[in-house]
Design a protein around this ligand. Structure first.
Ligand SMILES: Cc1cc2nc3c(=O)[nH]c(=O)nc-3n(C[C@H](O)[C@H](O)[C@H](O)COP(=O)(O)OP(=O)(O)OC[C@H]3O[C@@H](n4cnc5c(N)ncnc54)[C@H](O)[C@@H]3O)c2cc1C
Ligand code: FES
Length: 290
């Protein structure tokens, strides 16, 4: 049985005080979707910027001076070092303060935290990535990791669904993957008020009809709102996926990010330490997880 928390150990660039962030500059702000911007960050310390390493699925504690801290998944891939990309939805105190900052501003970063995806275990297998809405933010890291290390994986399939084309994160980037012959990129919207959408118009689980999946040799990585988990997990189980081949990225409210405050506990697990990537096996043993 895959025990995620025991298989993960990524380097954490600690200062003497674990709560002390490293300063990073916002080098690019990409207004991708209304209230969903991508911030490209680079550590001020060049040595740290080039040595910084992480695992797809890990997150950073992002601090904006005077506003506080929030956990944000890393959307870029460790296969592209030097910068970090964070896809941030504007919802509250920290994210509103971040959106007010101009390019070149300096913010704080602690991390990387959490277990991340067990990419060594997944190597040599097929990879099925299923994202709904903002769930693409952590899964984009895994997708580019697999595409940049293409020989390490067998079939790579992405299924991504949002309500309407205007809400699709990384829309141009993902559309450019649709024609690739080394992966299958399936994009869908619930509806297309513009009439210009060139991909699928259907609910996300419908995309399973267009892919050939071999559950015994596939790891499925899933992230999205609760409704996505409900229907996608049901579909994966119907296909015959074993519970430890379904990996889910989950969110909980966090404070410390390092296993000290208990804010993110789910039963006896801490999301910041044992997660945010959990297997479906974990989820059925901790029913309040989803
Ligand atoms: C592991 C992990 C990864 C994440 N990755 C991303 C990511 O990649 N991108 C992203 O945009 N977000 C991500 N999030 C979510 C993000 O951390 C939250 O949205 C965070 O709260 C934003 O901080 P804020 O100060 O802007 O919002 P807050 O001021 O904390 O408010 C956020 C929302 O929560 C509500 N809220 C505030 N306080 C409480 C409370 N005590 N109880 C219940 N609800 C409350 C607010 O009304 C608001 O709707 C991630 C979270 C986790 C745990
Ligand atoms: S956020 Fe403090 S224990 Fe997880």
């Amino acid at each position: 049985m895959l025990q995620l928390s025991e298989t993960q150990a990524a380097p954490v660039f600690m200062t003497a005080n674990p709560y002390q962030p490293h300063m990073a500059r916002i080098v690019r702000i990409y207004r991708m979707v209304e209230d969903n911007y991508v911030f490209t960050l680079r550590f001020l310390d060049d040595q740290l910027a080039s040595a910084f390493s992480y695992r797809p699925g890990q997150f950073m504690m992002l601090s904006v001076p005077g506003a506080g801290e929030a956990p944000i998944s890393i959307s870029s891939s460790p296969s592209r070092p030097g910068i970090l990309e964070l896809c941030v939805r504007r919802v509250g105190r920290v994210t509103n303060a971040l959106y007010r900052l101009p390019n070149n501003s300096v913010v704080g970063l602690r991390g990387p935290y959490g277990n991340g995806f067990p990419v060594e275990t997944m190597t040599g297998n097929d990879l099925l990535i299923v994202a709904g809405g903002l769930g693409m933010a952590p899964l984009r890291s895994l997708m580019w990791y697999a595409l940049d290390n293409r020989d390490d994986f067998r079939n790579v399939t992405l299924m991504y669904g949002v309500k309407s084309p205007a809400q699709m994160l990384f829309r141009e980037e993902l559309a450019s993957l649709v024609g690739r012959d080394d992966m299958q990129c399936l994009l869908t919207v619930d509806s297309d008020p513009t009439g210009t959408w060139k991909h699928h118009i259907a609910l996300l689980p419908k995309l399973f009809d267009y892919a050939t999946i071999t559950p015994a040799t596939t790891y499925a990585a899933v992230c999205g709102p609760p409704v996505v988990y409900k229907f996608v997990l049901q579909r994966l189980l119907e296909l015959g996926f074993s519970k430890d081949r379904i990996l889910m990225s989950l969110e909980r409210r966090m404070k410390c990010g390092v296993g000290k405050c208990n804010h993110c506990s789910v039963g006896y697990k801490l999301t910041c330490l044992h997660g945010p990537i959990f297997t479906y096996w974990d989820a059925i043993n901790l029913p309040e997880m989803i």
